[in-house]
Design a protein around this ligand. Structure first.
Ligand SMILES: CC(=O)SCCNC(=O)CCNC(=O)[C@H](O)C(C)(C)COP(=O)(O)OP(=O)(O)OC[C@H]1O[C@@H](n2cnc3c(N)ncnc32)[C@H](O)[C@@H]1OP(=O)(O)O
Ligand SMILES: CC(=O)C(=O)O
Length: 550
């Protein structure tokens, strides 16, 4: 997205930095594998962690915090395997742990020894910097905490490690006792720490508070400061950006904002904002343009569904639904987008719905491979059909495949592609009180170019039985459908006031192992709605496998 035009360098629509100004840079430190893994419900295996680390390196982060060796057996194993199995091109591995215990020396502290034995080139030490935590949680005094920090940092630096100090509860501590919090930072720098990270551990800060504190700490100390923000006030990304603007040269975050409680600063949002809005680079190489793919790949590994509305990399981040937006986007996408989605490896998508106008249909058509420019009558017809169908319960922004069939039918003068003609279908459900069994069975009668087909199917419910019967009737003529698999099925009652008379909407997602597509059906009962969605999914699949009606 960055291009040079005359006296200024344009980084995003409307955002400029002075010509010739060198792009500042910031160290990007990823803590997905440590603080991200502290998220409720997340449980990563060592193999998961290794796979995520490889993706983070591809992204181009400078540091990957692998976990806490010595505290968590899987993390100890991670570092042992990482040394042999990971070939990191950009990132340095960091082992996380605490300073030595009160009254102890680092060389005799088992936790500190585990950090050394991890052989990670970087060690990140968490240390208390809020005097209340020192006295109440650590149950020691301020001087002893400073000794623990100094001794542990000095010991690890002496062993050739790069040491990062995470000053826990720094912002709360600074607001309570500025001098003590500052003495923790100074002690760490004097002992040889490369970076002292100011942590908003409770995540309650606001950007203006962060700006003020980081500026003051910068003026009062010398050395690289970092920011570690939690999202409890919903400001983790804003707080990180505020810290960098105030002079922090290192930021910590997690991919997809994973983390304890409400999560950590979303590293991808932070680096995208910095690179595209401020010209501050953080990732090595061209990693930013891979951000969407890597965010989704990591979601697959964590088994946490991607958040569609995630800034920059979410599936909806550049999805446009309103007709007025589409009409301006047709002229210039920048009119309704803050950046070019390509910069973060995302795509612009048009959503077709009751809010569509003719421009939305034209752009969606283009996305699907149909040039509808100048076909005003067709566009009006399709727009009207979409609005009427949505009023009756259909939803096309969640069912692109059904929209494409509707569009193709209008382009072909009202004729849908005819792979088969349905004569009838029926289902029944049998309950046998004797063995408590409930069986479902369906019969489908249809006609293809090969003749009349009658098939039955059984299933664990009537829709499943109908799906089996439909496939059985078609597979002789269209063996391609053997690759189609129903992967998601959603039912929604649209007018629940009417009880069993309500309108039912069914959304089906089908996959052939390479791509997936979604279809919608609506009816007064669930089977009728499912049948419509099922048949459309077969038709769309056949069309996209290049099959001609047989
Ligand atoms: C802000 C953060 O998120 S930091 C990361 C936190 N992550 C984790 O806690 C995950 C991994 N943790 C663990 O596996 C365990 O909690 C361990 C191994 C670290 C400690 O377990 P245990 O020895 O059973 O102690 P426990 O968890 O009950 O208490 C923590 C101890 O560490 C001490 N401690 C806390 N912070 C520090 C510190 N910065 N430096 C040194 N000691 C510390 C506490 O005072 C307490 O000491 P005590 O055992 O003498 O009471
Ligand atoms: C170190 C850390 O994770 C925190 O203070 O939140």
């Amino acid at each position: 997205m960055t291009s040079t035009t005359g006296p200024t360098a344009v980084t995003a629509p409307g955002v400029q930095r002075p010509a010739g100004a060198p792009a500042a840079s910031v160290q990007v430190y990823d803590t997905t594998l440590r603080d991200g893994a502290q998220q409720e419900g997340m449980n990563l295996s060592v193999a998961d962690k290794l796979a995520i680390a490889a993706l983070l390196d591809e992204l181009g982060v400078g540091y990957i915090e692998g976990g806490w060796p010595g505290a968590i057996p899987k993390d100890t194993e991670f570092f042992a395997r990482a040394a042999k199995e990971l070939d990191l091109r950009h990132a340095r591995l960091a082992a996380f742990g605490s300073t030595c215990k009160p009254g102890a020396q680092p060389h005799e502290d088992a936790q500190v020894q585990a950090l050394v034995e991890s052989e990670a080139p970087v060690v990140t030490l968490v240390a208390k910097s809020d005097i209340r935590h020192v006295e109440r949680a650590l149950r020691t005094d301020g001087q002893e905490n400073l000794r623990m920090i100094a001794a542990t940092v000095r010991y690890l630096v002496g062993l050739g490690r790069e040491v990062v100090l995470d000053a826990e509860h720094f912002f709360d501590g600074y607001r309570y006792d500025k001098e003590y919090a500052l003495s923790c930072v100074r002690t760490a720098f004097e002992a040889g720490a490369e970076t002292v990270v100011l942590c908003d551990t409770n995540g309650g800060m606001l950007p203006e508070q962060v700006s003020e504190v980081v500026s003051e700490v910068r003026a009062a100390t010398s050395g690289r400061l970092g920011m570690h923000a939690h999202n409890d006030s919903g400001c983790a990304v804003a707080n990180t950006l505020a810290a960098v603007a105030a002079g922090a040269g290192h930021l910590q975050g997690t991919v997809n904002g994973y983390g304890e409680r409400t999560g950590n600063a979303d590293l991808l949002t932070c680096v995208a904002n910095l690179a595209l809005k401020r010209g501050t680079e953080g990732l090595a190489g061209d990693g930013l343009s891979e951000a969407s793919r890597i965010a989704h790949a990591i979601s697959e590994i964590t088994n946490i569904s991607p958040y569609g509305r995630q800034p920059y990399v979410g599936a909806s981040a550049f999805a446009h639904k309103a007709g007025l937006h589409a009409s301006a986007i047709r002229v210039d996408p920048d009119l309704y987008q803050h950046i070019d989605p390509v910069a973060v490896g995302n795509d612009m998508r048009m959503l077709v719905s009751e809010m569509a106008g003719r421009a939305s249909i034209e752009l969606k058509g283009r996305e699907l491979g149909f040039d509808l420019t100048g076909q005003s009558e067709l566009l009006t017809r399709v727009t009207t059909r979409v609005k009427e169908a949505e009023a009756a319960g259909y939803t096309y922004d969640a069912a692109d495949a059904s929209f494409e069939l509707l569009l193709r039918a209008e382009i072909d003068g009202g004729r849908a592609p005819r792979f088969f003609d349905v004569e009838s279908w029926r289902t029944f459900v049998e309950h046998r009180p004797g063995d408590g069994q409930i069986d479902s069975e369906a019969t489908v009668k249809l006609r293809t170019g090969h003749g009349r087909m009658i098939s039955t199917g059984e299933g664990n419910g009537p829709v499943n039985a109908l799906d089996h019967a439909l496939r059985a009737a078609l597979v002789g003529t269209y063996p391609e459908i053997e690759d189609f698999e129903l992967i998601d099925y959603k039912v929604r009652i649209l007018d629940s006031q009417q009880g069993t008379d309500a309108i039912i909407r069914v959304l089906i997602e089908t996959s052939d192992g390479v791509q997936s597509w979604s279809t919608v059906g609506v009816g007064t009962n669930i089977i009728e709605a499912s049948w419509e969605a099922l048949t459309e999914s077969v038709v769309w699949g056949l069309l996209h496998h290049g099959v001609e009606p047989r």
